[in-house]
Design a protein around this ligand. Structure first.
Ligand SMILES: Nc1ncnc2c1ncn2[C@@H]1O[C@H](COP(=O)(O)OP(=O)(O)OP(=O)(O)O)[C@@H](O)[C@H]1O
Length: 292
């Protein structure tokens, strides 16, 4: 959860980017505070990775103001870099290292700037304790991705960028990753910007969602705020004396209360369906893609 009031640690305003003559970002604004998880969602080619790579200092934007921990990423020095964690879409080097050796190697970069995680603790946090002595090149796809995450967080970053971190994770690894995110935001006050195509994950993890379509932010807010915006009515399904009913209402709680006051035990099969983030996503993306 964000600690209100303070300056954002990720602050992007009017970000534009062109590859050659092709403009792919058209004035994007993104902000994140300490302890906050912001999810960048959007279809393939929307500009998510480009945005994250600019924030990491790997790409020079065409225009716009970009500040991460108050610094323009293009001018960030080693001390700045030590405060920033990065998990890219793929990490394919160092195949012959053993898992624990690789993490120990990266951990050594952080002092004198920061105290990194102890390797054992980190292995535990990402669920790789059993693979400590395994050669990186022989890890499974999902284990390798867990290692990517471990490399990204080894220096206990103040700001963490995660580009599709859970691709290939099994349900248990996904759960462990969610626990790790909560640990980082709650205990270390890390600000996290993550891209994902997993809407369920975004809904679970993100304090705020930024929906990017065609290089523009088309919606922003918490998951409940976004769902409210496209669907102000919920659906209440129930049976009354064995007959089934569906009722759309803006006040599901009030409706259900009245239902029970009137019919009490005659009511069965009660279900309240709210719009999901997936409904919002599909509605917004289709609306944008239908634009001339
Ligand atoms: N190095 C590059 N040179 C030219 N065009 C590029 C380059 N990298 C990305 N693009 C283009 O920029 C647009 C945005 O790409 P980007 O990778 O940022 O999208 P994304 O939202 O991360 O997509 P995905 O969900 O597929 O990862 C796409 O049209 C892509 O083809």
């Amino acid at each position: 959860m964000a600690l209100g009031g303070a300056e954002p640690v990720i602050d992007v305003r009017g970000l534009r980017m062109s590859y050659g003559a092709t403009a792919v970002l058209h004035g994007v604004d993104v902000r994140a505070h300490r302890g906050e998880v912001v999810a960048l969602l959007g279809p393939n080619g929307a500009g998510k990775t480009t945005t994250v790579e600019i924030l990491e200092g790997f790409r020079k934007p065409s225009a716009g103001e970009v500040r991460v921990l108050g610094v323009d990423p293009l001018t960030g020095d080693e001390a700045w870099r030590a405060r920033v964690g990065v998990v890219l879409q793929s990490w394919r080097d160092h195949g012959r290292w053993r898992v624990a050796e690789l993490l120990d190697h990266f951990a050594r970069f952080y002092p004198p700037y920061r105290t990194p995680f102890a390797v054992d603790e980190l292995l535990e946090l990402v669920g790789l304790t059993g693979q400590a002595r395994t050669v990186v090149g022989t890890l499974s796809g999902g284990q390798r991705r867990r290692l990517d995450v471990a490399v990204g967080v080894v220096g206990r970053p103040e700001v963490l960028f995660l580009d599709e971190p859970t691709t290939g994770f099994d349900p248990e690894a996904r759960q462990a990753f969610h626990d790790l995110v909560h640990r980082l935001t709650d205990l270390d006050d890390t600000a996290i910007l993550l891209t994902t195509h997993d809407l369920d994950e975004a809904e679970k993890l993100a304090d705020r969602i930024v929906l990017l379509v065609g290089g523009e932010v088309v919606a922003e807010g918490s998951a409940p705020e976004l769902t409210r915006r496209i669907a102000s009515r919920d659906e209440v399904r129930y049976s009354l004396d064995g007959e089934f009913f569906v009722h759309a209402t803006e006040d599901a709680t009030g409706f259900v209360r009245e239902l029970f006051e009137q019919h009490d035990k005659a009511i069965g099969d009660l279900e309240v369906r709210r719009a999901s983030l997936e409904d919002v996503y599909m509605t917004m993306v289709r609306k944008q893609e239908a634009r001339p």
